[in-house]
Structures are given as structure tokens and as C-alpha cells.
Design a protein. Structure first.
Length: 277
């Protein structure tokens, strides 16, 4: 067999590298990694696809198209978790950050319930799951981060009691109290993405098992697809991006797109819930 020359090997390597450059957004000698704006935009797109799937396929049936759309949607939550950690680390005013998240969570509660046909008063239907949006869990997650990692005079046992209380408060939200624990785990491993993903996946797997047993088998299995976020977060370069207004886009887009989903739900199906019951 004819031996390949060193020059040809270098050319082949460069050709392969050029292909990889295009796949993972590299230009020239510099890797064009994703900034926070890119990742948040990906989260918005994935979330929209996920919720459109809820509208087209109510109750999350075991349908291949529905499953694919929801698998794409699993990218959203871990990106949210990741940036809650980043937000807590970088915020210059923690009180304002927490207040903003809680105001957002309250507004989102009504939009979320309207979108999916859930009673605005939690537990009034007899269901204990998905009674409000993930924003409720995210807001309390920042409080939990302060309790565990912030500068306070709390003793260790007091921190544990407060974290347990926050888990109870957030249990009925979308992604439940698992969101809180996943975020605490991710923050404790900040700076080591691999450990962050492993820690997050531990809690997500627990959530998947609970969902499989008590909510929906399909939802439980699809939840495991959050691991697909790893390659995207691997490309994060730690930068905000040039568009400062992008941080407000999600705050506006989240409740607005849920209201649109709710209007379409009423127009197509009438006043019936879209989520599993």
C-alpha cells in the first residue's frame, strides 16, 4: 500500500479541521464561540418549539414528531439554569435581581396558566404538578444560592432547613424543586462545565424518574435529553455579546409567547388543558 506523505496528511488534517470549524462556528484561527446572547436566543427558539409541540400534540402523546420537538425543547431549561448561576455570580445588585425575577415569575404564572389551560389558583384542580411556570423555581433558586453561597450569618443547619423549605415552595412548579437543586449543584461546580453537567443530570434523572412514575412516561424519558445541551455550553465564551437589550428580550418574550399559545389553544380546542393531567 502506498504510504501517504506527511504533506498530504497535513492537508487532510486541515481539510477535516475546516469542516469542524464550520460545524462549531470557528472562523480562521479563532474559535467563534457562543456568547450569552447566542445561548439565550437558542433557549428561546427551543422553548418556542417545545410549546408549539404542546399546542399541536396536547398531552404529550408518544408520537415521533412530538418527541423530536420536545427533545429540542429540553435545551431550554439547562441553559436557564446555567445563566441563573452566571447571573448570581455577576450581579451587582442581588436584591434587584431577585425582585426582578419574582415580578417576572408572578406575571409568567398567569401567562403560563392561560397558555396551558391551568387554573390560576394552584391545586384547585386537585393536581400538584405544573401549577405555575419554571420562573417561580428560578426566582427561588437565586434565594437558595444566596442562602448557601452568599455572605450571611446563617449556620449550616439553618441553611439546610431553608433550602428544604424552598424545595417545598417550588415543588408544584414546572421543573419542580429539581430546578433549585440542579442550580445549586451547578453553581457549586462553577468553572468546571463537565462537573456542572454531571451534577445537574443527577437531579434531572431524579426528576425524570418521578415524572415517568407519576406524571407521564413519555415526558420522563424525554427529560433525559437535557444532556444534549453540553456541546452548546461547551462553546460559551463567557461574554455577554454586543446587544445589551437582549437580556430583556427573554423577560418580554416568555409571557408574550405564552399568551399567544393560550389564544391559539382557545381558538383550536376551546377551554381544555394542553398538558397531561
Amino acid at each position: 500500500m502506498k504510504e501517504i506523505s506527511k504533506e498530504k496528511m497535513i492537508t487532510l488534517d486541515k481539510w477535516i479541521y475546516d469542516i469542524i470549524e464550520k460545524v462549531i462556528f470557528i472562523r480562521g484561527d479563532e474559535m467563534r464561540k457562543l456568547n450569552s446572547n447566542h445561548l439565550k436566543l437558542i433557549a428561546i427558539i427551543a422553548m418556542t418549539i417545545d410549546h408549539i409541540a404542546d399546542l399541536i400534540y396536547p398531552g404529550m402523546p408518544n408520537n415521533i414528531i412530538s418527541n423530536i420537538l420536545h427533545i429540542i425543547g429540553r435545551l431550554t431549561a439547562p441553559i436557564m439554569f446555567f445563566f441563573i448561576c452566571e447571573g448570581f455570580y455577576y450581579t451587582k445588585n442581588l436584591k434587584k435581581y431577585i425582585l426582578r425575577l419574582f415580578i417576572f415569575a408572578i406575571i409568567s404564572h398567569f401567562a403560563y396558566c392561560f397558555a396551558f389551560g391551568i387554573n390560576y389558583i394552584p391545586f384547585s384542580s386537585g393536581n400538584i404538578f405544573n401549577q405555575t411556570s419554571i420562573m417561580w423555581s428560578l426566582a427561588w433558586s437565586v434565594v437558595a444560592l444566596y442562602i448557601v453561597n452568599g455572605k450571611n450569618n446563617l449556620k449550616e443547619w439553618q441553611k439546610w432547613i431553608l433550602v428544604i423549605l424552598i424545595n417545598v415552595i417550588t415543588f408544584s412548579a414546572d421543573w419542580s424543586s429539581i430546578a433549585v437543586m440542579a442550580i445549586l449543584s451547578m453553581y457549586s461546580n462553577r468553572g468546571n462545565l463537565k462537573k456542572q453537567i454531571i451534577g445537574m443530570n443527577f437531579w434531572i434523572m431524579l426528576y425524570a424518574v418521578i415524572s415517568y412514575l407519576f406524571v407521564s412516561k413519555t415526558y420522563g424519558l424525554i427529560t433525559l435529553a437535557v444532556v444534549l445541551v453540553y456541546p452548546l455550553l461547551k462553546l460559551y465564551n463567557g461574554e455577554k455579546g454586543k446587544l445589551n437589550w437582549m437580556k430583556w428580550l427573554f423577560y418580554l418574550y416568555y409571557p408574550l409567547h405564552l399568551v399567544i399559545i393560550g389564544i391559539l389553544r382557545l381558538a383550536i380546542y376551546g377551554n381544555i388543558p394542553l398538558l397531561f393531567n
